[in-house]
Design a protein around this ligand. Structure first.
Ligand SMILES: NC(=O)c1ccc[n+]([C@@H]2O[C@H](COP(=O)([O-])OP(=O)(O)OC[C@H]3O[C@@H](n4cnc5c(N)ncnc54)[C@H](OP(=O)(O)O)[C@@H]3O)[C@@H](O)[C@H]2O)c1
Length: 331
């Protein structure tokens, strides 16, 4: 008889990692447009922290987790791209991947190629699809050409190490920042052309030095409060500042006049979920990600593994800047 309950990490109030509890909850059957997936691995992402703390407020009680991989157990009416028994992976709303199994919308779930293992699938979907839309769609007016410099903050993290490798594959010169010399070394080993320890060096001065005073065409900034305004100072005229995260806190409101004064700059605040709003866009982006991973140009580095029940420990490590690359939770 199919299981009717699942263990899942939930919160009933916003707060620190201690707010997270492993609970037993009903599983249910997939309705129209839904699938039931049994996870073999779940991905850890910084957005899980924002949802846990309430920085991105969602209704409570809340099951956490936006990324996972596993086997499809049942499909609801109208789902034709997946069948029971398929290996599958996703990055998706609503949250709930920190669980043994879940029912969820099928439109963001894709088949996982047989030669990509489940942990890799769980680690790479949210982070890899993010790098896909950043490097290929979040671009300055004239696009990016081989040889161009970009600045990518937090380059040794989950998203960061994928970006270093994918940028190299595209011929870009990615200048990465990271919070220690060891992390800088890791970014360099994964394809960054230069790495700056932004805790001990002035990244604005170093970027100017590296680029012969010209600056970069794009800054990809997920650190937020601590870096964003200074990031505007490393851009060429008409350059693009893309703020896609808040690891150090939300970017405070900025004076638009500053964008004129610093050279007709552009600012964007993109999110993956606009890019994967349809099944077609999700599939196309996933195919691009699978291709670059299967070619060997991008390796998904999993540096931390935690049992699902220890998800709070994983959050503590992520917030303490003690992780590198990707982290998975194992149900
Ligand atoms: N908008 C989107 O579509 C989207 C999608 C995916 C991810 N993101 C964002 O991308 C970023 C990276 O995500 P990830 O899951 O791969 O995380 P991660 O990069 O593995 O971890 C976050 C990193 O941010 C850096 N950081 C700088 N200041 C920090 C602070 N005060 N507290 C904690 N960390 C700080 C740390 O690296 P250092 O020690 O090297 O500074 C830390 O390791 C996050 O901000 C996330 O929200 C956005």
């Amino acid at each position: 008889m199919p299981a009717t309950t699942t263990r899942a990490i939930c919160i009933t109030a916003f707060g620190g990692p201690e707010a997270m509890a492993l609970v037993e909850r009903p599983l249910g059957a997939p309705g129209p447009g839904e699938v039931l997936i049994r996870h073999q691995a779940c991905g850890l992402n910084y957005i899980d922290v924002y949802q846990r703390t309430g920085l991105y407020p969602l209704p409570l009680p809340l099951s956490l987790g936006m990324e996972g991989a596993g086997v499809i157990e049942a499909v609801g009416e109208g789902v034709s791209h997946l069948q029971p028994g398929d290996r599958a992976a996703y990055a998706s709303n609503p949250p709930g991947s920190y669980s043994e199994a879940r029912v969820m919308p099928a439109k963001c779930v894709v088949k996982l190629p047989d030669d990509i293992d489940m942990e890799t699938g769980a680690a790479m979907m949210l982070k890899g699809l993010t790098v896909q839309y950043l490097l290929k769609k979040t671009l300055p007016q004239a696009g990016l050409q081989a040889g161009d410099h970009v600045l990518f903050h937090a380059a040794a993290g989950g998203v960061g190490l994928i970006a270093c490798q994918w940028a190299r594959a595209l011929g870009l010169q990615l200048i990465g920042t990271a919070g220690s010399d060891a992390k800088c070394q890791l970014a360099l080993e994964h394809g960054a052309s230069h790495a700056i320890n932004y805790r001990s060096e002035d990244f604005v001065a170093r970027v100017k030095e590296i680029t012969g005073g010209r600056g970069v065409k794009v800054v990809y900034d997920s650190v937020g409060a601590d870096t964003f305004v200074r990031s505007l100072d490393v851009l060429q005229p008409f350059g693009l500042a893309a703020n896609f995260g808040n690891a150090s806190g939300k970017v405070p409101p900025i004076d638009l006049g500053m964008l004129a004064a610093k050279g007709s700059l552009y600012v964007s605040r993109p999110t993956l979920f606009t890019h994967i709003a349809t099944r077609e866009s999700t599939q196309a982006m996933a195919e691009d990600l699978f291709a670059v991973v299967r070619s060997g140009a991008v390796k998904i580095r999993i540096d931390q593994r935690f049992p699902l029940a220890q998800a709070a420990e994983a959050h503590r490590a992520l917030e303490a800047r003690a992780t590198t690359g990707c982290t998975v939770l194992l149900p």
